[in-house]
Design a protein around this ligand. Structure first.
Ligand code: 4NP
Length: 162
């Protein structure tokens, strides 16, 4: 058993729509592969508007439909102290990415865009907030395939058992 865990955090604006899905989907994939003991997984928002809230009902619905648990998630703000606490900071869009950078110095190479890992295209993970279930499905689909590749990438980078 590894002693130093691999720390992965997903970051969006409000931490109620996209990043809770990132956290939930990634944890689900890690559990499926039996790799839970290697990871610490979290999510946060660059803004504090929704601190303390549960994930948005749209995210909860789409997660539940796909057997993904968002239980135990409450929104919190991403703060300067987080910058060096995580091996992988995964920003959902370019605005989140630049807001994170503006908070201060990062650890070398630890900040990424979610869609760097999307085999079907770059760009932002669309924000489904205050939109309908179709928007949440599109967002979920992008996050799901990006998280699959992200986990493959981390497994290789850290020589984890497969
Ligand atoms: P998220 O979506 O960043 O994916 O959690 C949003 C949630 C709330 C707001 C914007 C985006 N808002 O403006 O309150």
């Amino acid at each position: 058993m590894k002693t130093k865990k691999i720390r992965v955090i997903f970051v969006c604006l409000g931490n109620i729509c996209r990043s809770p899905l990132g956290e939930g989907v990634f944890r689900h994939l890690v559990e499926e592969k039996g790799l839970v003991e290697y990871f610490i997984i979290d999510s946060a928002g660059t803004a504090s508007y929704h601190a303390g809230e549960l994930p948005d009902p749209g995210s909860r619905r789409i997660a539940e439909k796909h057997g993904i648990s968002l239980n135990g998630q409450y929104a919190r703000q991403f703060i300067a102290n987080d910058l060096t606490q995580w091996d992988y900071i995964i920003a959902m869009d370019s605005t989140n990415h630049s807001n994170i950078r503006q908070l201060g110095a990062l650890s070398s190479g630890n900040l990424h865009l979610m869609r760097e890992f999307d085999p079907e295209g770059l760009g932002d993970v669309p924000d489904p907030w205050a939109r309908g279930d179709e928007a949440f499905l599109e967002t979920y689909t992008i996050i799901r395939r990006s998280c699959e590749k992200l986990l493959e990438h981390i497994i290789k980078e850290h020589h984890l058992p497969q």
